[in-house]
Design a protein around this ligand. Structure first.
Ligand SMILES: [Zn+2]
Length: 504
């Protein structure tokens, strides 16, 4: 062991706990403040949205007036909330920076400075958007777009189900009331690796440095210099199997754990901090309102730090490095390891799993969806039935069951589950969108036709960075679903999930 390792550990044990304390206090204070402003804003916006839908249900003319008047008010509410959000996030990043400094964690310092630079950029954009009226323009135009979207959805539902049944479904979705939306109960699970069943020491010590336990615990790592690391969390576990969340884990603890071959204590690693999970869930819920889909989570995301999110065991490297681009294997994994087996009745309750990472550096993955637009002769805006995303539920949907081509099916038609996985990519400004993006795929959306980073369904690998509608970046300030997404998602819902609508 080199002398600087010992020096770093001595310093870490003496000063590190001060940094942990500072960060913990700042995190709790900013999370509480943010929770209050988010909740107040959400209630205010629900009231405004309800009044708008109610006015539009009375007459189109009254709806038009409501779109303008209530839209301007909503724009003001959103600008106020976002101002607070940027302030709180900057304070939180400053607390994290202090902690990184006290841990001599240079990679962490650079990452936190990067986050603070993003906050400054957000503040500049906010001032420009308020000064040029973008907030008010966005809210008013979103309200007019909602009228169009409701018309499109109505036509698709009546077309598919006929008038009597279609009207009945629309009524159950809230047509003509103060709220229209498709209620979905989604579930989020976070991968957890436990030293009782996961080979931490082996993977930390192998030649590839498959994992870096110091970095995973948010500590200075001398094994590598990783700025863009996920917000994973490592805790010690007591004899009863409970997390010792009150006991910050330090370099010396990790080192002695590794030196003992993983026998002197029990630890657990979480794929992401609760705050990161909560932010992703809240963002998905907010963004899906545009699609007229109400994402309700089975675990609340409020005060995320104090929530016990569902846990998904991670017991081997295959799960730790989640299935590189091989969606059949990922589908099989869902069917064998989670309650999702590709059954019809599961379609309305997506399961999203927060993973440690992807071997091919993906940010997220949807399984059980065969996306066709932009592929196999389907144009990006093709609305024909042949180009609607389909659901893969078992092996035969992925491949031929006749593996040797002798005309006899020799493979078993194993079930495959549907769901989403995502990881906490750096920076958090980007990663909060990933879960909404994967759920977008779950509801049939493709990357094709989404040139421009103003789209939630944008993919760096497949789309141009700027495309038609890039002015929306000024209007909305961050990525959103667009009007075409409403039509494509609902075309998918009526064609592939009619049983979910009928069961409402
Ligand atoms: Zn994607």
């Amino acid at each position: 062991m080199a002398w600087w390792d010992d020096a770093a550990e001595a310093a870490g044990s003496a000063i590190g706990w001060v940094g942990d304390g500072v960060e913990a206090v700042v995190d709790i204070a900013t999370e509480t403040a943010e929770e209050v402003t988010e909740t107040v804003t959400e209630v205010a916006i629900d009231v405004l949205d309800g009044a708008r839908d109610g006015a539009a249900a009375v007459s189109p003319a009254l709806g038009g007036v409501a779109n303008v008047v209530l839209g301007v008010v909503k724009g003001g509410v959103q600008a106020t909330q976002e101002t607070f959000a940027i302030v709180f996030d900057t304070v939180r990043n400053a607390g994290s920076l202090v902690n990184a400094v006290l841990h001599f964690d240079l990679a962490g310092i650079i990452a936190d400075l990067g986050n603070i630079a993003i906050n400054v950029g957000q503040a500049v954009v906010l001032v420009v958007r308020v000064g040029t009226g973008a907030y008010f323009g966005a809210a008013v135009s979103d309200y007019f777009a909602r009228d169009d979207s409701l018309g499109v959805i109505r036509a698709l539902v009546i077309d598919e189900f006929g008038t009597p049944e279609g009207e009945s479904i629309l009524r159950r979705l809230g047509w003509g009331t103060t709220h229209f939306g498709f209620p979905i109960v989604a579930s989020a699970s976070i991968m957890v690796a436990d030293s009782n069943s996961f080979p931490f020491v082996e993977l930390h010590d192998d030649d590839d440095h498959t994992l870096d336990l110091y970095a995973m615990a948010g500590l200075l790592s001398l094994n590598g210099f990783q700025i863009a690391r996920e917000r994973t969390r490592v805790v010690r576990v007591d004899d009863d199997g409970n997390d010792m969340w009150y006991l910050p884990i330090h370099r010396y603890a990790i080192r002695s754990f590794l030196d003992s071959g993983g026998t002197n204590m029990r630890i657990r690693a979480y794929a992401m901090e609760p705050a990161a999970t909560g932010k992703a869930m809240r963002t998905a819920r907010k963004k899906f309102k545009k699609l007229c889909i109400d994402i309700g989570w089975d675990t609340p995301f409020n005060f995320a730090t104090f929530q016990a999110f569902n846990a998904q065991p991670c017991t081997n490297l295959r799960e730790f490095d989640f299935f590189p681009g091989r969606t059949f294997e990922a589908g099989r994994w869902f069917a064998t390891n989670t309650p999702r087996e590709g059954r019809l009745e599961e379609d309305g309750s997506p399961l999203c799993i927060g993973v440690f990472g992807f071997a091919d550096d993906k940010h997220g993955l949807v399984t059980g969806r065969r996306i066709k637009r932009g592929l196999d002769g389907c144009g990006p805006d093709d609305a024909s039935d042949a180009c609607i995303t389909t659901i893969d539920r078992s092996r035969k949907d992925f491949m031929s069951l006749d593996s040797d081509g002798d005309g006899v099916d020799d493979l078993k038609d194993d079930r495959t589950g549907c769901g989403c996985t995502w990881r906490d990519t750096y920076p958090p400004y980007f990663s909060r969108i990933v879960l909404a993006h994967e759920l977008g795929h779950y509801f049939g959306l493709a990357h094709a036709g989404h040139d421009g980073v103003h789209n939630i369904m944008f993919s760096k690998a497949e789309n141009e960075t700027f495309g038609k509608g890039s002015w929306r970046l000024w209007l909305h300030g961050d990525p959103n679903f667009v009007e075409e997404d409403v039509e494509h998602a609902w075309r998918f819902i009526v064609k592939q999930m009619p049983h979910v609508l009928r069961a409402l």
